[in-house]
Design a protein around this ligand. Structure first.
Ligand SMILES: [Zn+2]
Ligand SMILES: [Zn+2]
Length: 215
């Protein structure tokens, strides 16, 4: 008999907590990672088709084979789906990418940026971003958002880059710690530039170009 009333007392508290959660809208990192990284890379994945959001005459590109270095990116330039704080972006060799439909709708967002992001002029979605500076360590790579594809088995994101950059886009600096904690929780180590691996790769490339290291 004694346990029953105490349970009844606990119930309203729980209800109040639930109501609180409903009123404060949770931050959407990105739909693909909000509940954890649920996708896995398929072995010998053949690639697939990425399509923009236009209802008519959508732009599509085909990517041959699997992508690499997929990650969440907080920079201001990568394309993000509605409401997401991060983009999810991977790389592939430019020779693996071919425009298969309505390429005339593509336009480079910022010609001066290292990554020349080709966006659809109809819906704004970025189909691919190409590095054309032959001296840069990322030369020959295209940046792509595999969430635009119906195929399952693309390489999942493994880290988060440019996390602090979201503040420059209006994100509350008081909540950035929560964002880093959530990224860690879903298995995406947060970085304020790129991952150590990619930073080391670029630094090695630059050192070789400068003649500090043997090419
Ligand atoms: Zn479009
Ligand atoms: Zn970015």
């Amino acid at each position: 008999m004694a346990t029953k009333p105490s349970k009844k007392k606990a119930a309203p508290k729980k209800a109040a907590k639930k109501a609180d959660k409903k009123t404060t809208k949770p931050i959407s990192l990105h739909p693909l990672i909000n509940k954890g990284v649920l996708s896995t890379a398929k072995k010998n994945f053949a690639g697939g088709t990425l399509t923009c959001h236009c209802a008519t005459d959508p732009v599509s590109i085909h990517i041959k084979g699997q992508t690499a270095h997929n990650h969440a990116c907080g920079c201001s330039k990568c394309w993000k789906p509605e409401g997401a704080v991060f983009s999810i972006v991977a790389v592939t060799g430019k020779d693996n990418v071919s425009v298969t439909a309505n390429g005339h709708k593509l336009k480079v967002v910022d010609d001066t940026a290292l990554i020349r992001r080709h966006a659809c002029t109809g819906c704004g979605v970025h189909l691919y971003g190409r590095v054309e500076n032959t001296k840069h360590g990322f030369y020959g790579l295209d940046f792509v958002h595999t969430e635009l594809s119906k195929e399952k088995g693309w390489s999942p994101p493994t880290f988060a880059a440019f996390v602090s950059s979201i503040i420059g886009q209006g994100f509350d600096p008081g909540k950035i710690k929560d964002v880093r904690a959530r990224l860690k929780k879903v298995g995406l180590p947060p970085h304020d530039c790129l991952s150590e691996g990619l930073m080391d790769y670029l630094a090695t490339h630059d050192a070789k170009q400068a003649g500090v290291l043997k090419a």
